[in-house]
Ligand binder design. Structure first.
Ligand code: PGA
Length: 251
């Protein structure tokens, strides 16, 4: 599986900072294409980034609406992302589920909408601390996967990227140990296998996300079930981002 490193910038950076980042990254980006590198920026900067992306950088959005178009004030339709040259979209991030009322049902609709427009979804799933402490991690994650993937074809699930992001590890500095991260990514792969069979589950790429830093990326990437990382805070610096891409190539 080709590793995939994605930066999730959340609601950070001014336009000047975005431009400095992309120039710096273009200069240092490895010239081989052994890894997919993606920056998911605030919607306002997507076109700026697409215009300047080097050959080994792709741009993703952090959200999309599921409708074709319509009276949805403040929302962005899938075809608008296509117009802007966006190739990926994060769907169902835990911050959106917790703060913007996203449900598995809306997440599922958004995944279908993205695929209908040729955009690759990065689906986020993950448990809360209390789930992990009460041994409910697998139940919670399985329920998310089953509902979020409903109605997708095997070809679509092969293309999909899943990011395993334990909620207790996001922005907290508490990374899941590489063993725990790998075990849960393995469980996600097993669940995909039950739903779609061997070939799809071996092909699908599963990222780990949650306090990934330069000092833990290598041990995470070395694990067999982890095919990449979705990185928040640490992806805001160009040098860090390049480090993550290089670590993904090496491991
Ligand atoms: P973090 O965020 O790397 O800052 O923990 C990860 C994410 O929310 O995708």
């Amino acid at each position: 599986r080709k590793p995939i490193i994605a930066g999730n910038w959340k609601m950070y950076k001014t336009r000047d900072e975005v431009l400095s980042f992309v120039y710096a990254v273009n200069e240092k980006m490895p010239s081989n294409d052994l890894v997919d590198s993606v920056i998911c920026s605030p919607a306002l900067y997507l076109r700026d980034l697409v215009k300047r992306q080097g050959s080994n950088l792709r741009i993703g959005a952090q959200n999309v609406h599921f409708a074709e178009e319509g009276a949805y004030t403040g929302e962005i339709a899938p075809k608008m992302l296509v117009d802007a040259g966006v190739k990926y979209v994060i769907i169902g991030h835990s911050e959106r589920r917790a703060m913007f009322n996203e449900t598995d049902e809306s997440v599922n609709k958004k995944i279908h909408a993205a695929f209908n427009h040729g955009i690759t979804p990065i689906l986020c799933v993950g448990e809360m601390l209390e789930h992990r402490e009460n041994n409910q991690t697998e139940t919670v994650i399985k329920e998310q996967i089953v509902k979020d993937l409903e109605g997708l074809t095997a070809e679509q699930v092969t293309e999909l990227v899943i990011a395993y992001e334990p909620i207790w590890a996001i922005g907290t500095g508490k990374t899941a140990t590489p063993e725990v991260a790998d075990e849960t990514c393995g469980f996600i792969r097993e669940t995909v296998k039950e739903l779609y069979g061997d070939v799809v589950s071996e092909a699908i790429r599963i990222q780990y996300g949650g306090s990934v830093k330069v000092n833990n990326i290598k041990e995470l990437m070395a694990k067999p079930n982890i095919d990449g990382a979705l990185i928040g805070g640490a992806s805001l610096e160009a040098d860090n981002f390049i480090y993550f891409v290089e670590a993904a190539i090496q491991e």
